[in-house]
Ligand binder design. Structure first.
Ligand code: KIV
Length: 277
């Protein structure tokens, strides 16, 4: 998809491979949201991975709703063309349908995003149905769901045995039946992702799920080389740290040598004013 028009829910919802491959990436602030939008991604997700990338936390679980609102609002300001999604953090949709609905309404209204993302399959279906029913588009997220890492026994590939593969297929179906417009498949074997993709009418967006999904999503810090420990499935497409180091070291060198600031970076005042002082 490369059209200059704003990407709508209907465009995303109808994007099934092989006709289209949705290209999604995370962003957590206004500056990078503008850049990834200009680069032409279809979906920008303010993911709860901001707990790791922006706040230096080891897990996404402690992220608060206020922190998500803060970052998603900035992201939505920077995005013009792409479809913009905010992740619902752990605890914001787990304490009952009414709480979940109130929190999703808050995010949707305050942040100005186009949709929210909710982790979990069958266990989140009731909430997804209620949120969609209230008029808020929902992206699902099944397979490895980092918010449930304790239940899953850690951050590891899911769906490698029959029981787990059946559960993920059932989770994806439950999310579709509940009204989600797309579903993220995280860290599942390629052939399972291909099967789920062929069984669903909504697009699957893979992260560590192989090439047969209807779209792909990666964490921005992983593709720009900014993550200290990127997962095996991520690919580094640019060496941003090298460029940042080069720029900041050049700045320090010029400050220390007196080369910066020079006259062209200074303000002028009429000499007569200074002479009167
Ligand atoms: O928070 C996140 O980064 C995600 C991934 C699917 C990209 O949910």
């Amino acid at each position: 998809m490369t059209s200059p028009e704003k990407i709508s829910l209907l465009t995303v919802r109808s994007c099934k491979a092989p006709e289209g491959h949705l290209c999604a990436v995370t962003a957590y602030d206004y500056t990078f949201a503008r850049l990834v939008d200009q680069a032409g991604v279809d979906i920008v997700l303010c993911g709860d991975s901001l707990a790791n990338t922006m706040l230096g936390l080891e897990s996404t679980v402690p992220l608060t709703l206020d922190q998500m609102v803060h970052h998603s609002t900035a992201v939505a300001r920077g995005v013009q063309r792409a479809f913009c999604v905010a992740d619902m953090p752990f605890g914001s949709v787990q304490t009952g349908v009414n709480d979940a609905l109130a929190n999703c309404v808050r995010v949707f209204k305050e942040c100005g995003v186009d949709a929210v993302k909710i982790e979990g399959g069958i266990r989140s279906a009731e909430v997804i149905r209620a949120v969609v029913g209230a008029g808020i588009p929902v992206m699902g997220h099944v397979g490895l769901t980092p918010q449930f890492r304790s239940m899953l026994g850690g951050l590891k590939v899911q769906g490698k045995d029959e029981e787990s593969a059946r559960r993920i297929l059932a989770d994806a179906r439950a999310v579709e039946e509940a009204g989600a417009f797309a579903v993220v498949l995280e860290a599942v074997p390629r052939r399972l992702a291909a099967l789920i993709t062929s069984r669903l009418n909504i697009p699957t967006i893979g992260i560590g799920a192989g090439p047969d999904c209807d779209g792909q999503i990666l964490v921005l810090h992983d593709i720009l080389g900014l993550s200290p420990r990127a997962p095996k499935f991520a690919k580094v497409f640019a060496d941003l740290p090298a460029e940042v180091l080069r720029g900041v070291q050049a700045y320090c060198d010029e400050v220390r040598s007196g080369a910066f600031p020079d006259d062209s970076h200074s303000f002028r005042v009429d000499d007569s004013i200074i002479e009167k002082l």
